[in-house]
Design a protein around this ligand. Structure first.
Ligand code: G3H
Length: 489
């Protein structure tokens, strides 16, 4: 059991003796499904939240604080110290990723290692940026020395599906450029931050990073209401982002760094390599049970190949191994959000009522938070599963005759993150790309949608994102370009 009985504020792990919230595993260790208690976290209130905000404001001190004015090389040393300590906690964090959110072992290890790489690459990118900008360059008769300056105080909230990787993809670039941060871990995937608290405490100066626990409405809302937050950095859903943004008294001055919903389609053209398309669509729709913003959430398959595609795709889904995250070859695991199985069932029922069928034998089998993915066909616009971001194990399939059909749907959609296109004819692909790049921000040719490699921009159009993440872009999203000008060199 991990009973987290402190929170990080002003460089101190403050003991907490008040109310706590129990944290349960998504994995049941008994046959009759009894949730496993993993530990507890502090249930902080408004006072503690504002204490963390004050600590971040003091450390930033309107730009005069020790963290934002620290030499780049010294800030980097703090970050290097942090990552060194973090690496020693790999086994503990990986274990908690499996128990808390049900991510399978290879993906949990990948999440940890990818986060370490992300931090190291961010350090490297920032070093290069600083080196490039170190000297005065002459332009239009003026010598100028460019600097990336911080923006102020950042409130950082990460998602449960990548409680480490995506959260750190906000936190690390925000910090490295000299912002101060208040970080509230995701509701699921919260205990896995505990093994890292001491590394945060000892690596960064007082108040640069503050870590709080509690309900969003009790701790994050009062922080936003003060108007003292300069950047809202959130990966999650629009409802939370809007609610927090709306209570900020100067919201038109608030910088947003948001990664939100997506409904990424795959378009399978008549000449697609079906083996490849099916492999990629399986991974794209159902890795981590479809709980990825980058997951393929709707498949458009040309009517000339639909029968073959549906038969082979559904058989492949039924062959996926379901079980506990640490078991060999397990692809499907229990869902951490208690309300998710009922929601997935609602989407299935609605689609069935409106004429779809479940194509795979095991589709929709449910027991507590174990839900076997359902493949639904034929899906149309009237169905909720067509419109909503399911973020879970249900795969809607639509057949099309004319390529304009999926393109029109994409243009109408509220989302615009990525698309996958499967086909061989280079001319067709090339002409499609010209339209697709205007509808989404990443076009994947003959491969499923994904965020990595982290060197590439990760963003979206419409309601899918505000600002761009990636090792390189995130530093820019959390900073402002300033410069020192001089007539002499
Ligand atoms: O939830 C969205 C994540 O950024 C997905 O990342 O494509 O690497 O799984 P991924």
């Amino acid at each position: 059991l991990i009973n987290q009985n402190s929170y990080l504020v002003s460089g101190e792990l403050k003991p907490w003796k008040g109310k706590t919230t129990e944290v349960y595993s998504t994995i049941s260790s008994t046959e009759d499904y009894k949730p496993t208690l993993l530990g507890s976290i502090p249930q902080l209130g408004k006072d503690e939240a504002l204490e963390a905000l004050d600590a971040a404001c003091d450390a930033y001190d309107k730009g005069k604080g020790s963290w934002p004015t620290m030499k780049v090389i010294d800030r980097i040393a703090c970050m290097e110290n942090f990552v060194k300590q973090m690496k020693t906690k790999r086994a503990e964090v990986v274990k908690l990723l499996m128990w808390e959110i049900g991510k399978n072992l290879p993906d949990s290890e990948k999440e940890f290692d990818r986060t370490v790489d992300y931090i190291n690459d961010t350090i490297e990118d920032y070093k290069q940026l600083d080196r490039r900008n170190a000297k005065f360059e002459k332009q239009d008769g003026v010598y100028a020395h460019i600097r990336r300056g911080p923006l102020g105080v950042v409130l950082c909230l990460g998602p449960y599906n990548y409680p480490l990787n995506e959260t750190f993809a906000l936190l690390i670039p925000a910090l490295i450029v000299g912002n101060t941060v208040i970080f509230k871990p995701a509701k699921h995937g919260v205990l896995l931050i505990s093994p890292l608290l001491e590394a945060f405490r000892s690596s960064f100066p007082k108040g640069a990073v503050n870590i709080i626990y509690g309900r969003g409405r009790t701790v994050a809302t009062p922080i936003m209401e003060t108007g003292k937050v300069n950047v809202l950095a959130l990966i999650g859903n629009s409802t939370s982002a809007n609610a927090l943004q709306n209570v900020h008294p100067r919201q038109n001055r608030l910088r947003l760094v948001l990664g939100l919903e997506a409904k990424n389609p795959a378009i399978v053209l008549p000449d697609a390599d079906l083996d490849l398309a099916i492999d990629e669509c399986i991974a794209g729709t159902l890795s981590f049970n479809g709980q990825r913003c980058t997951a393929l959430k709707i498949l458009y398959v040309h009517e000339s190949i639909i029968e073959e595609f549906n038969k082979r795709f559904s058989a492949r889904v039924d062959a996926l191994k379901f079980g506990n995250p640490w078991e060999d070859g397990v692809k499907l695991t229990p869902l951490p959000e208690p309300g998710k199985p009922a929601y997935i069932q609602e989407l299935i029922d609605d689609a069935l009522e409106k004429g779809a069928k479940i194509l795979n034998k095991k589709g929709g089998e449910t027991s507590n938070n174990y839900v076997f993915p359902a493949v639904l066909y034929p899906v149309n616009k009237e169905m909720r599963v067509f419109q909503e971001e399911q973020f879970g194990p249900v795969v809607p399939i639509v057949s099309f005759n004319d390529i304009e059909e999926p393109l029109d749907d994409m243009a109408e959609s509220n989302y615009g993150q990525q698309v996958s296109v499967f086909g061989k004819d280079v001319k067709t692909l090339a002409s499609l790309i010209d339209t697709l790049v205007n509808l989404v921000c990443r076009v994947n040719l003959n491969s499923s949608c994904q965020r990595g490699p982290d060197a590439y921009p990760f963003t979206g159009r419409k309601d899918s994102a505000v600002a761009t993440l990636s090792v390189h872009d995130a530093i820019r999203s959390f900073s402002i370009r300033t410069f020192v000008a001089s007539k002499d060199n």
